[in-house]
Design a binder for this molecule. Structure first.
Ligand SMILES: NC(=O)c1ccc[n+]([C@@H]2O[C@H](COP(=O)([O-])OP(=O)(O)OC[C@H]3O[C@@H](n4cnc5c(N)ncnc54)[C@H](OP(=O)(O)O)[C@@H]3O)[C@@H](O)[C@H]2O)c1
Length: 256
């Protein structure tokens, strides 16, 4: 039988956490467009329901990735074979000594424990079928720290460590793991990080061209549509205007 090149993900079921916004939303749409059924997971039921309305085969899973039992419960009766652990957030930017422990809890519980809960609930299904894809959303912040990024940086370094550990713990079981590590992507991320200050969030991308969520979705799509013997492991995506987590070119900013 010839492979279905227009719908390479036909017959697959994708779970996308953080599907209500940004990278997760774009990824869910891209995977669905290429034939996957999608399980749309996040806390915002209204946004997920609206998104599900534009996808042929979609189901809404309202869940908070910080809650291990809640994740297991939401996934009962589902058997995804393509998992995108994308839900994540930054809370605040500033020196560690001025940081708030409650903000650290939010980042660590969502970005680190949220991935562990999602992996724990879904990896047994992949092991049973001896195949499937597990994609983790890391960040360039998991490769380079930057001033004021301390705890967020630490959570993304942890994502890289979890990715490395999963490869070692499951080798020989036919499962592919991918960490996708973007630089600046224009989403709701900065609005959340800067406590809803839209003007400050817009200033983050002032005068430069950030990645779009669709660019990251495209990279994920590439990884999960390779032949089964090819595992695209680590993908680092930079905006062309960004040289490192600390070096930005703002060619469209008249003040520079
Ligand atoms: N934007 C960037 O520059 C950038 C760069 C590198 C990496 N990343 C990573 O990319 C991922 C997606 O971020 P984004 O840029 O697309 O931001 P976004 O637009 O703010 O989307 C974040 C998503 O995560 C979900 N989420 C947050 N906390 C959750 C929780 N406790 N349980 C379930 N879902 C939760 C949100 O949904 P609800 O609020 O509805 O739950 C939302 O769907 C994150 O892991 C982020 O660290 C972003």
């Amino acid at each position: 039988m010839q492979p279905n090149t227009a719908q390479p993900l036909a017959g697959r079921t994708a779970l996308v956490t953080g599907a209500s916004s940004g990278i997760g939303r774009a990824t869910a749409l891209a995977l669905a467009e290429h034939g996957a059924g999608v399980l749309l997971a996040a806390r915002s039921e209204d946004k997920l329901t609206e998104l599900a309305g534009s996808i042929a085969d979609a189901q809404v899973l309202v869940m908070d990735v910080r809650n291990a039992e809640g994740v297991e419960r939401a996934l009962e009766g589902h058997d995804p074979d393509l998992i995108v652990c994308n839900a994540g957030l930054g809370v605040g930017v500033g020196p560690l000594q001025a940081g708030k422990p409650a903000d650290w809890d939010k980042m660590i519980d969502t970005n680190v424990k949220g991935i562990l809960h999602t992996v724990h609930a879904t990896l047994p299904g992949l092991l049973e079928r001896k195949g499937g894809d597990m994609v983790l959303l890391g960040s360039v912040a998991g490769r380079q720290v930057y001033p004021g990024g301390n705890v967020y940086n630490a959570t993304k370094h942890a994502v890289k460590a979890i990715y490395d550990a999963l490869r070692l713990d499951t080798v020989g079981q036919g499962i592919r793991f991918t960490t996708v590590d973007p630089g600046m992507v224009e989403t709701n991320f900065s609005v959340v990080r800067l406590s809803g200050d839209h003007a400050a969030a817009e200033a983050v991308y002032r005068g430069m061209t950030p990645l779009r969520p669709e660019d990251v979705a495209d990279a994920i799509l590439y990884a999960v549509t390779r032949p089964p013997h090819v595992n695209v492991g680590e993908m680092v995506l930079w905006p062309t205007d960004q040289a490192s987590t600390r070096d930005l070119h703002r060619p469209l900013d008249p003040s520079q």
